[in-house]
Each structure stands twice: as C-alpha cells, then as structure tokens.
Write a protein that binds this ligand. Structure first.
Ligand code: F0G
Length: 423
C-alpha cells in the first residue's frame, strides 16, 4: 500500500498533519494542506496501459475519468467506495479556426463543462465526498459562486449526506442555484461577495461540525488534478506548450500543477507545459501580484465582473497558485467583460458553448499572443470550466449582432414575414 500523507503545502514548513484532522490549514504556519504520496517511478511506466485498459468500463470507478487514474490518488484501498457520477471523460476538441484568428499553431479546448453537473468541480467533488463518507460526516458545506454548490449538492445526494450552501445574495446565476435546490441542498444567501460568504462559512464550520468542501479542502485538488492526466492521455502523452485557464479562488490551477508535477516526478511527462491564469479585470488580485513581481497578494475588496463564477477578490489558494506558476514558468493575464464576451462568441461560432468565466481563457490567450508573450508557433490547450447552460441570462443579455428572437403571427405568412431580411 502506498504511503499517504497530509501535510502543509508550504515547502518551508511541510509539517505533517493527521489525515482525519478537522482543520483545513496547517496548525504550525496556517498554510494550506495537501496530500502527498510515495509514487514509485518503476511501476508508473505501466500505468498508461492500466488506465487504457479501464476505458471500456465496467464498475463505476473504472468508468469515472477520475478514479480510472487512481494510482495517482491512492486514497482508498477499495475503489468501489468511490461516490461517482461518471465524472471526467470530457472531450478535447481542436478549434483550428480560432487558432488561426488568435495566431497560434495549434489550439484545442478541454471541455470540463461536459461533466455530470456541468463544471470541473465534479472532478474534485467525487473525491472530497468519498472522503466525507469515510470520515462519517453528516453535513457537507461550501461557499460558492454557483458551480461548487451545484456539484456538492449532487454528490452529497448521491452519498446520502445533507448539503449546506452559502452564496452571495443576488450574485449567482439562477441555473446554478436551481441545480443545488433540485439536489436538495439548503441555500443560504449571505453577504455580497463570494469572499464574504466564504469567510462566514469558515468561521462556523468547526463549531457546527460541518465538512467544508471548498478548494481549501485538499481532497478536492486530488480529483481536479486528474485533468492533467486525461489531457495528456488524449494527446498521446505529447505535452502542449501552454495550458490556459480562468482563475477565481485558484484551486484549479493549483490542482492542474499538482497533476503535472506528479506526472513529471514519475516520468510520464517529457516537458512541463507553462500554465496561464486568466482573471477578470475587476477581480484580478492574483494577476496584479504576479505581473507586478510581488510575492504577497493584496485582496480586491469589491470584485466586479459579469463572469460571476470568477468574481472573487481574496482567493484562498493564492500561495499554492504562485508556486504553481513558479514551477511551470507560468503567466497571468486580466481581461475585460467585453473581451470575455467576444471570446465567448468566437467559441460559440465554432460550435463550442461555455459559460462566461470559461471564455476568459480564450480572451487572455488572445491578449498574450498579441503582446508577444506567447509565441505564434505555440501549441495551446484552453481549459473550459463550465457549461453554456450555466448562465442562460448572460446569453439573453448579449444578443446584439445575433439573429436573436423574433415573434411571428401563427400563420405561414406570419412566419414568412418574421424571416424577412434574414433568409
Ligand atoms: N470557472 C468556473 C466556471 C468556475 O465556477 C470557477 C470557480 C472558476 C472558473 C475558477 O476556478 O476557483 O479554482 O480558480 N467557481 C467557484 C464556485 C468559486 O464556487 O463555483 P478556481
């Protein structure tokens, strides 16, 4: 059995913590916790074959695009305990016309919106909720801009746990809230931003014995890191030059880096891709820190963007996101809501739907190529984090220049009249 350790993610501390600890930060230095294993490189050369062998499916844990890679997350000796909804196994889709318009040699999107609840959160939630069950937890809780709550509520329902969600009032898409409600979660509206809701939740979790499943929970990152493996597998283990993704609370970039570094450690990655975090201009404290050459993050007190999923001013994972960029020679960018809108439209014109926050990755790539920070010959993968149907209000609000909706009299002539000027 592989050694599993929970420890402080700050290498300067690296203190070991009991796996069953009820806290989410290091009792020594306050840093975030992470899981580590003694992954053995000798056996790793066989893993791609083992993983491929599970593709036809069978048990839930072999069909899952997270648990299929369980050699990299050896957390549960019996994989059949996994609380799975068939997450992962998401498509990698080439978008040559977008590549040409941006000016890079190769461009593909890894669409994590095609997950059971429509976002990348499912990759982490399957692991986190499986751990909650192992611990005998009764209630799971999160603060959310919407996707984490939808995902948590689904996996909690699957496992028979109760789910509590804190969301900023009036700042979450109706579709995401509907998901959490449909799965039977209690939704509490508190505060005007994610940061405020998250701070409130953190203040009460221990006292109320809730199990917090936000991305400060190290088990979330274990599931989310598998996107690195599935991506590499889909590319025949040929690493891209850059992987670009939107950043909010910065758990996803931390997870992706962890996956890549572990693949590197066991010899399954020949070259490290550079990670690129794109934030919305009005909620870009990490970009300001990184591009300004600073080592400490100054929170954005009043984060603002229409891409509500990433409207976060005080990202909890910034120290590990900084290490992720240091270790992958990463880059950051900030994009306006207008730039997000045109990127989203460009993807839609290629038949790729996603929510606004996801389109930030393309908007950021375009700026970095235009500025020469990403070279024209680059081979790039964009991570699309959420499904198009996550924010249908946004689509309605941004229809200008589209054929849109016309109303017609219910007659052949009436419909004909409505088509005038379009056909
Ligand atoms: N894209 C989407 C669609 C998201 O929902 C989020 C985060 C991100 C990107 C940013 O990922 O936080 O790991 O940097 N959504 C969280 C939520 C905060 O509550 O659903 P991150």
């Amino acid at each position: 059995m592989t050694r599993v350790e929970l420890r402080c993610s700050d290498p300067a501390c690296a203190r070991r913590v009991d796996r069953d600890t009820a806290t989410y930060s290091c009792p020594g230095c306050g840093g975030l916790l992470e899981l580590s294993y003694d992954l053995s490189p000798e056996r790793a050369q066989d893993w791609p074959g083992v993983w491929r062998g599970r593709l036809p499916g069978g048990a839930d844990h072999d069909r899952s695009g997270v648990w299929r890679f369980r050699e990299l997350l050896p957390l549960f000796p019996d994989p059949s305990v996994a609380v799975s909804l068939g997450e992962g196994r998401t498509p990698l889709i080439e978008v040559p016309s977008v590549a040409a318009s941006v000016g890079v040699a190769e461009l593909a999107v890894k669409h994590l919106g095609v997950n059971p609840t429509g976002s990348f959160k499912d990759l982490g939630m399957t692991v986190c909720v499986t751990e909650a069950v192992r611990r005998g937890v009764k209630v799971v809780a999160c603060a959310s801009t919407g996707n984490t709550s939808a995902s948590m509520a689904a996996y909690a329902a699957r496992a028979g746990l109760r789910a509590l969600v804190l969301v900023p009032r009036g700042a979450v898409s109706g579709a995401k809230l509907a998901q959490a409600l449909d799965f039977g979660a209690l939704v509490v509206e508190a505060g005007s931003s994610f940061d405020e809701a998250f701070a409130l939740l953190r203040a009460i979790v221990e006292q109320l014995g809730l199990y917090l499943v936000n991305s400060v929970n190290p088990f979330r990152l274990e599931g989310q890191k598998t996107v690195a493996v599935e991506l590499l597998e889909q590319r025949g283990w040929r690493p891209p030059d850059y992987v670009v993704l939107p950043g909010g609370n910065l758990g996803n970039v931390s997870a992706l880096a962890k996956g890549l570094l572990e693949l590197w450690e066991v010899g399954l990655l020949s070259r490290m891709p550079r990670l690129v975090v794109v934030q919305a201009e009005g909620a870009s404290p990490f970009h300001r820190m990184w591009s300004g050459g600073r080592r400490e993050l100054t929170p954005e007190l009043e984060p603002a963007t229409r891409a509500t999923a990433i409207r976060i001013g005080n990202p909890a994972n910034w120290p590990r996101a900084r290490r992720a960029l240091e270790r992958t020679e990463g880059l950051t960018e900030a994009v306006s809501d207008l730039e997000i809108e045109s990127a989203k439209r460009e993807l839609a014109d290629s038949g790729i739907g996603c929510e606004p926050a996801s389109a930030a990755s393309l908007a950021g790539l375009r700026k970095l190529v235009a500025r020469g920070q990403i070279e024209a010959g680059a081979d790039v993968v964009l991570i699309l984090t959420g499904h198009q149907l996550k924010d249908t209000d946004y689509v309605g609000e941004h229809l200008s220049g589209r054929p849109g909706i016309r109303s017609a009299e219910p007659s052949v002539e009436g419909v004909g009249a409505a088509l005038r000027g379009w056909l």
